[in-house]
Design a protein around this ligand. Sequence first.
Ligand code: NAP
Length: 315
Amino acid sequence: MSSPNVENVVIIGTGCAGLTAAIYTARAGLNPLVLEGPLPGGQLTTTSEVENFPGFPHGVDGFQLTQNMREQATRFGTRFEQVLVDRVDFSAMPRRLFCGDRVIEAKTVIVATGASPRMTGIPGEKELYGGKGVTTCATCDGAFYRKMEVAVLGGGDSAAEEALFLTRFASKVYLVHRRDALRASRIMADRATSHEKIQMVWDTVPVEVLGVPEGAVKGLRVRNVKTNAESVLPVRGIFVAIGHVPNTGPFAPPLEVDAGGYFKPQPGSQVRTNVPGVYVAGDCSDHVYRQAITAAGMGCASAIEAERWLAEHGG
Ligand code: NAP
């Protein structure tokens, strides 16, 4: 089965999950190969300051945090390659990853490809994304909007949760939803609609984020879908919470996904998949927590699983 060119572990993705898996497998002497995708460092690199990652009492820059992880993985011998996986063949051993003209063979694979926030696509959103006022993570960025008015876009559990979390900081939270009823669970919907700091903006879609020439959000133009009337919400922060799109690309199938399109781990495990020796970690398989620290935890778990699999099956 083994040829000199067969990798012990190939990790796909360089977010918190992938890099943590790399640190653990490299430190275990497995000489992992990490394949880097279109957003090196993952979603964390799009956030300015991370204040809730344990071990950094004064916060840490998101980009710097992933750089630190990368340096730590490199120190133990991780190899990195910037290459996209187009197709996989997990039907036989070794597992095969097709990347353009190249075929990479591996005994174990850790898929940590992350998820991308679904965006509205309205003018100004892309230009002001990141530290300029448009964001997709209240847990990460909410504290920057103390005593300011903010808007949350969406009507699901995420939007309700983000809006409730933001009431700790913001003076007022507009919850902008395209229909007249929330999709969120009853308890979350009740909490959001009855909160004194949250103003529901029903039947309304975002039209334009204002503030492009200034380089910071100055407001949100919205349109009522029933009356067609437009108005401007005087917000400094806009939290887009209209769902996520997991990056399952060429891996599903053969890897199983759930109804939301996320990789579906085997019962009783967070990281084992329907293919032995192939693991998933981080936001590509987690639509519940979606935190850097939980992704890192899953990366660690997947690395330990891969290490055990190799020990049992000849690594
Ligand atoms: P979601 O349930 O898919 O809700 C997305 C919301 O965004 C929907 O209200 C949808 O409107 C709206 N939307 C979608 N595309 C839009 C667009 N282009 N423009 C404007 N609005 C748009 O996503 P989610 O809230 O991220 O939740 C994902 C899953 O995680 C769910 O299963 C949820 O229950 C779970 N979750 C659970 C918790 C918790 O239990 N604490 C917290 C967060 C998430 P429509 O309603 O009109 O479709």
